[in-house]
Design a protein. Structure first.
Length: 255
């Protein structure tokens, strides 16, 4: 399938930072008559609109386009930053609950990944909280989440044994004080049954270590396992035909 002009521009503009060669390449592509509506839609779908807008501002010469890009960047920068702050605040509360009950958890993907790799919450959007938990601690942490206001999402199997055997997470949701719905996934694995890798999760736990993130000491995956998980997420997005492929490629390049 042929890659359209807007896809080429989007792919090239998702670098941190852009090299002079990349800037020149993007400038040449912009001169070919870009469809801005299509480009913006693509960037928004993969959760990378502020990053694209920020980088294009450094290369676009047309005044009208620059005003549009600046407006988009500022609006979505605020939106993405607020979203990350809300999720980060919620994650810290869940970590405290787990610590009080002496339940080991590892936050994966999401806001922890953004903080580790990007240092700027507006550059990459995330939509939920992902936590890795050992299977034997699932009943305890689930009870604590329910006490804290979470409910199981409707997509959870009625037969829990089947879900534990064949899938890899339970989904939860709750309303925050502002009425925003927060989503959380409680993982005991990162792959469904037919695709599971022997000893992968055991290795994740064995290689995990405490890391200072935003002033908090948090148990995190090793950098190597973070990379491997990003590749797994990319693979799942490829076979699932999701719009997040560019976001996964960017994560991998940042690692």
């Amino acid at each position: 399938m042929e890659i359209i002009l807007e896809e080429k521009i989007l792919g090239l503009s998702l670098k941190i930072p852009l090299s002079e060669k990349e800037k020149n390449h993007i400038q040449r592509l912009l001169m070919q008559g870009v469809n801005w509506e299509t480009l913006i839609r693509l960037a928004k779908a993969c959760g990378l609109l502020p990053l694209m807008a920020k980088n294009l501002l450094s290369v676009e010469s047309d005044l009208t386009s620059k005003v549009t890009l600046k407006s988009m960047y500022e609006f979505h920068q605020r939106e993405y930053t607020l979203n990350s702050l809300v999720l980060w605040s919620e994650l810290k509360k869940i970590i405290k609950i787990a610590e009080q009950k002496q339940i080991p958890i590892i936050p994966i993907k999401g806001v922890v990944l953004i903080e580790m790799l990007y240092k700027n919450p507006c550059l990459r959007r995330t939509s939920d909280i992902d936590i890795l938990i050992k299977k034997e601690h699932l009943p305890e942490i689930e009870a604590e989440l329910v006490n804290y206001g979470y409910t199981l999402a409707p997509d959870t199997f009625k037969d829990r044994k089947l879900q534990l055997k064949y899938l890899f997470h339970f989904s939860f949701k709750k309303k925050d004080p502002m009425g925003k719905t927060l989503f959380l996934e409680l993982h005991w694995d990162v792959l469904p049954y037919p695709m599971r890798i022997n000893n992968l999760i055991e290795d994740f736990w064995n290689n995990a270590s405490l890391r200072n993130i935003s002033g908090e000491r948090i148990l995190t995956l090793s950098l190597e396992d973070t990379l491997f998980l990003a590749i797994i997420e990319l693979y799942k997005d490829i076979i699932g035909h999701t719009p997040f492929l560019l976001k996964r490629y960017l994560d991998i390049s940042q690692i």
